[in-house]
Design a protein around this ligand. Structure first.
Ligand SMILES: Nc1ncnc2c1ncn2[C@@H]1O[C@H](COP(=O)(O)OP(=O)(O)OP(=O)(O)O)[C@@H](O)[C@H]1O
Ligand SMILES: [Mg+2]
Length: 387
């Protein structure tokens, strides 16, 4: 077991900075996930950690030992780094059976035969494959093959395990099962883990902390809850599924509390945090945090309640999404359907839109807009909070 320090890591391919000045600490025993859209540099970072890629800048230490240092010209080869790796393609040896595949890392280290027997047996037990030890790996299902790959990475009890999208070739049900499996092994073994995925649910459910990357650079590091509830910029907010972004001005501040005025809006919104002082900001809020009331139920206390009109409604199975126009902006609002209070609103209706203060995230107004393709279609399917 060991902590990892990455300092100023850089890797270029020609003119492209695949990894650009990345610095990270992974604590001993921590499960850290690199999350981000395709091409953001997750795999390249992981390969630099593994020693499969030679960076052109920066340093990496594992358990206090430098394994890579560009300034000091240190480069420890992969096999001397004491790491296990699990890839998206299982990379098993097809001519070997389950036992032989898992035993391979131990045999290469010349571990004695009875010890190999014991440790492979134990590890196959852990991944639930003890009964299939003699099966050729070519006669296993995808999920079973991935468990063999996992066992092979864990069998020598490496101080660090690196995972690169290990579940993305599996169907959704198996992915969910393996997710729990990986979390259990990690807890049991207490190994430091760095995990790469572009799947938000996987990252959230497995990780102690998440590193969100874009274009080779770190955008935010935080617990799953931090990232989900307190995204630091537009890109992160969009990536973790915030749907509504609108411009406003902070017109008043008292401690952490701020009053924002929407463009063209009459009503002031209470919110928390954001850049210090007053002035232009961008607010973002999840569709599920908003609620609509029919206009005749307009509350006496109008705090964070804005009048608007329903433009369109879509039934999503168990949920309904309304597009509500308020102060010249159209916001997406999602709620349970049927509504627990028995209210219905329809396109054309005048409504009151409630935006709870604590659900509003205040961002810098000049944040760069994310590309529309940031969120892959596949991500949308298993996004947290989707129906
Ligand atoms: N061997 C290579 N030669 C040239 N460019 C590369 C090479 N490997 C990666 N790249 C580029 O570097 C960038 C980062 O790639 P990387 O594989 O690290 O992304 P990723 O975040 O793992 O993406 P994905 O989710 O698609 O696996 C991409 O633009 C990619 O095209
Ligand atoms: Mg990758």
């Amino acid at each position: 077991m060991a902590g990892i320090e990455i300092d100023g890591l850089g890797k270029r391919y020609g003119a492209l900075a695949a990894v650009d000045d990345v610095s990270l600490s992974v604590r001993e025993g921590e499960f850290l996930t690199l999350l981000g859209p395709s091409g953001c540099g997750k795999t390249t970072t992981l390969r630099c950690l593994a020693g499969l890629e030679k960076p052109d800048a920066g340093e990496i230490t594992i358990g206090g030992d430098a394994v890579t240092s560009v300034p000091e010209q240190i480069f420890v080869p992969p096999e001397k780094r004491d790491m296990g790796m699990v890839f998206q393609s299982y990379a098993l040896w097809p001519q070997m059976d389950v036992f032989q595949n898992v035993a391979y890392p131990l045999r290469r280290r010349r571990v004695r035969r009875p010890e190999v027997q014991r440790r492979v047996g134990q590890t196959l037990e852990l991944v639930g494959l003890a009964a299939l030890a003699d099966r050729p790996v070519t006669r296993l299902s995808g999920g079973q093959q991935q468990r063999v790959a996992l066992a092979r990475a864990l069998v020598s009890r490496p101080r660090v395990v690196l995972y690169d999208e290990p579940l993305s070739n599996l169907d959704a049900k198996l992915r969910a099962t393996m997710r729990v499996g990986i979390r259990d092994f990690q807890r049991e073994l207490g190994t430091t883990a760095v995990y790469v995925t572009h799947d938000q649910v996987e990252a959230m459910s497995l990780s102690d902390r998440i590193v969100l990357m874009k274009d080779g650079r770190v955008q935010q590091v935080g617990t799953p809850r931090d990232i989900y509830e307190r995204p630091r910029n537009w890109f992160v907010a969009d990536f973790v599924g915030y749907e509504n972004f609108f411009d406003a001005d902070i017109v008043e501040r008292a401690g952490d509390r701020a009053i924002a005025r929407l463009d063209g809006g009459e009503v002031a919104l209470q919110c928390f945090g954001g850049p210090a002082g007053r002035g232009r900001v961008r607010l973002c809020v999840r569709s599920t945090a908003l609620s609509v009331l029919p206009a005749e139920e307009r509350p006496g206390d109008r705090t964070n309640t804005i009048s608007g009109r329903v433009r369109d409604s879509m039934y999503l199975g168990g949920q309904i999404e309304h597009l509500v126009e308020v102060a010249g902006t159209v916001l997406r609002v999602r709620g349970a359907d049927p509504d627990p209070a028995g209210r219905t609103v329809s396109p054309g209706d005048a409504v009151e839109l409630r935006i709870p203060a604590e659900s509003i995230v205040v961002l810098d107004a000049d944040d760069e807009a994310p590309e529309p393709t940031t969120r892959g279609k596949q991500d949308n399917l298993d996004r947290v909070g989707s129906p």
